[in-house]
Ligand binder design. Structure first.
Ligand code: F0G
Length: 461
């Protein structure tokens, strides 16, 4: 890609259509922040300059995908666009049954609704929030067993997203294989910092699942990003294409769930693919009841057309190089500027250690919320707290049981921001570092009974 020793990371695309961004001043942003109860989830997106809230459904489609929208076949049954998508997904995954859903969690609800139940246990390198919620909703238990390296936030390791194989085996023995609803391998491991999973680890998980006769599900919404890391960090994959590496990972799974809003390069969509005919039939019944007929599920014909194209584009080597390197670029520059962050950087996001950035703010005054608010007030940048606001619990007598870490996630939308936008983010952080000692914490003035981070209201301490 590019030419040898090139330093500038020029985006491998040019811009054909623009979406203007509003430039605001600090007084304006402070008033908007106050109105939003100091919770960036409650801001209007038009008041945000750089939106790093999520990489989910926020990417830019290509000219080919937009052209695909015009070709969408909106027939209720057997649409041409469905066949395009089905062929593409079968070719990629090697799985014979493909179910289209409106997004990832709909696929989760269908599959885990069937596999779950009161006495069941699910084991994952780390369950994403909606995965855990869909499992727990059935009465089942979800257990996370990330590898030991994942707890060390500072030392570089190639595959911090891996599953702990010894624990997997001992948990299956402890509960008995009939009780295990499924083993879920999340690639990349979003909740553990967007860290990749190695092929060796995936194969070891497969071996244990085969030995005990347990179903293995791949939660692979960032499978292309994971393939990049395998090719560049794991011995023996340097000559393989990213798509071949992904196929290798699909080959070891019994089922695949995808939020297509990530590596599907579309704004809405999801997939569930299966090897078992019996399970596919039962899932299809639920799909028809809750999403739509089997040949569109939760999607329009044009959505399916764009997704079929996105699933091919995402494995383009120039795209993937740009994707991973541009996220790394932000991480490297923030690190050089002395901003504490999880290392190495993840594929889709940078996680800032807000407790290290604001050591003077106690956990019950939410250092992550302080950073999220400062980023908006100073730079109109929107990010998300992943700390005690999101995961902390309050006891009956009002004491906070804090989260393990006080982090802030900067998730990078795909093909949306240029390098100068990212340089701008780095500059804002440099300014926040200078004023860090004077930054104050926040207290919660209102919160809902669950998932409080979405709607809670705060005020500065
Ligand atoms: N699995 C993983 C690993 C995810 O990251 C997500 C979504 C889902 C499942 C659910 O998919 O949103 O299409 O229903 N992650 C988004 C995020 C929301 O911001 O990380 P969905």
């Amino acid at each position: 890609m590019y030419f040898e020793n090139q330093k500038t990371l020029a985006e491998p695309f040019r811009i054909k259509m623009v979406e203007p961004l509003k430039v605001t001043n600090e007084a304006y942003r402070l008033s908007k922040l106050r109105q939003a109860g100091y919770n960036p989830f409650l801001l209007n997106s038009e008041d945000v300059f750089i939106d790093l809230l999520t990489d989910s459904g926020t990417g830019a489609m290509s000219d080919r995908q937009w052209a695909g929208l015009m070709m969408g076949d909106e027939s209720y049954a057997g649409a041409r666009s469905w066949h395009h998508l089905e062929d593409e997904v079968k070719d990629l995954t090697g799985m014979p049954y493909v179910l289209p859903t409106h997004q990832g969690r709909a696929a989760e609800r269908i599959l885990y609704g069937l596999l779950g139940g009161k006495d069941k246990v699910f084991i994952s390198n780390t369950h994403f929030d909606t995965t855990r919620a869909n499992i727990e909703f059935t009465g089942a238990t979800a257990i996370d067993i990330p590898c030991a390296e994942s707890t060390d936030t500072e030392t570089w390791a190639a595959f911090k997203g891996n599953m702990d194989i010894e624990k997997l085996e001992s948990l299956i023995n402890e509960y008995g294989s009939e009780q295990v609803g499924a083993v879920i391998l999340t690639v990349t491991n979003n909740s553990a910092g967007g860290q990749p999973v190695s092929m060796a680890n995936a194969k070891a998980v497969r071996d244990v699942c085969s030995q005990y006769g347990v179903l293995l599900v791949l939660d692979g919404c960032r499978i292309a990003e994971n393939s990049y890391y395998i090719r560049h960090r794991e011995a023996g994959f340097g000559e393989k294409t990213y798509r071949e590496i992904a196929s290798g990972m699909f080959a070891i799974a019994d089922a695949f769930i995808m939020s297509a809003k990530k590596d599907g390069l579309v704004n809405m969509g999801g997939l569930l693919t299966l090897r078992s005919k019996d399970l596919a039939e039962r899932c299809t019944n639920l799909l028809i009841i809750s999403e739509g007929f089997a040949t569109y599920g939760g999607l329009t014909g044009r959505d399916m057309e764009a997704l079929a194209i996105g699933l091919r584009e995402v494995f383009n080597p120039d795209y993937l190089e740009y994707r991973i390197k541009s996220t790394e670029y932000l991480g490297n520059h923030l690190r050089e500027a002395g901003i504490p962050l999880l290392w190495p950087t993840g594929g889709h996001a940078i996680y800032i250690d807000a407790q290290k950035m604001y050591p003077h703010i106690p956990v019950h005054e939410y250092p992550g919320q302080a950073l999220v608010c400062s980023l908006y007030q100073t730079g109109a940048i929107r990010s998300v707290e992943v700390g005690s606001v999101m995961f902390g619990k309050t006891t009956d007598d009002g004491m906070l049981i804090p989260a393990a870490k006080e982090l802030v996630r900067l998730a990078i939308p795909r093909r949306v921001y240029t390098q100068s936008h990212i340089d701008y983010v780095v500059e804002v952080f440099t300014r926040l570092k200078e004023t860090a000692a004077a930054t104050r914490g926040y207290r919660i003035v209102w919160e809902p009974p669950f998932l409080r981070h979405f709607t809670a209201r705060f005020e500065p301490v």
